[in-house]
Ligand binder design. Structure first.
Ligand SMILES: [Zn+2]
Length: 230
């Protein structure tokens, strides 16, 4: 990286921005706790690049994260009031896509794949997220001893074992094709499509692993339970 023209660090008194929060799972107001503004100049002043590195704190849950906002003069139209600032958040996150509640209760191998796929989605690594969706289904089948010479048969096996409904199996077959597209055609899936796929995957994981564990915590029915029904 070239030597910057100027570097200014400051602690703003009252600077805020709106950004996704992975704890609140929505867009929230964040306070900028500290920032460093860096200015690069290229080609003897032909182009400028500015980046703000900011430590930010959500005003809802108080979690602290990092925001990088960059702007290049080459991308700014003359007289443009709202130039296209590119924003990156660390850790990566997208609104409405926080880690599923109870995810830590998943079997270790399933959780590992789920976590990587989720990270890929949040980082907008869409091809990797597509692989991940397929890998999660494969991992669940392996964990539950569902065998078959291909994933299509394994998904049918999940339904036959009563682990998913027939409509759930239909959706997973669609996800399988989505995974195939990522693997064989390197097709970029739109983020919203993959996010919808994650909704289905999380529903599957909830039903197969998390809800049964929660059910174990409920009091066991007694011999008199049925007599008390009204
Ligand atoms: Zn928050």
């Amino acid at each position: 990286m070239d030597e910057p023209l100027n570097v200014e660090s400051s602690i703003p008194e009252n600077k805020h921005l709106t950004a996704a929060c992975d704890q609140c799972n929505r867009q929230t107001r964040h306070k900028v706790l500290a920032q460093t503004h860096v200015h690069w100049e290229y080609g003897d002043g032909e182009a400028d690049n500015w980046i703000d590195y900011q430590i930010i704190q959500c005003r809802g849950c108080l979690s602290i994260s990092f925001c990088e906002e960059s702007l290049c003069s080459a991308d700014v139209m003359y007289g443009e009031e709202n130039p296209p600032v590119e924003r990156r958040l660390f850790p990566n996150r997208i609104v409405g896509r926080s880690v599923m509640e109870g995810a830590q209760q998943l079997p270790e191998n399933v959780y590992g794949i789920y976590e990587e796929a989720h990270n890929a989605l949040c980082a907008e690594l869409l091809v990797m997220a597509g692989f991940g969706v397929r890998a999660i289904v494969e991992a669940v089948c392996k964990d539950k001893g569902i065998t078959g010479r291909n994933l299509k048969i394994k998904i049918d096996g999940l339904a036959e074992a009563g682990l998913i409904t027939s409509s759930g199996a239909t959706i997973l077959q669609h996800l399988r094709l989505m995974g195939n597209a990522a693997a064989h055609e390197m097709k970029l899936h739109a983020q919203f499509q993959l996010s919808a796929a994650f909704d289905v995957i999380e529903y599957l994981l909830q039903g197969v692993y998390i809800l049964p564990r929660q059910a174990e915590l409920l009091p066991k029915p007694t011999a008199n339970s049925n007599q008390n029904l009204d």
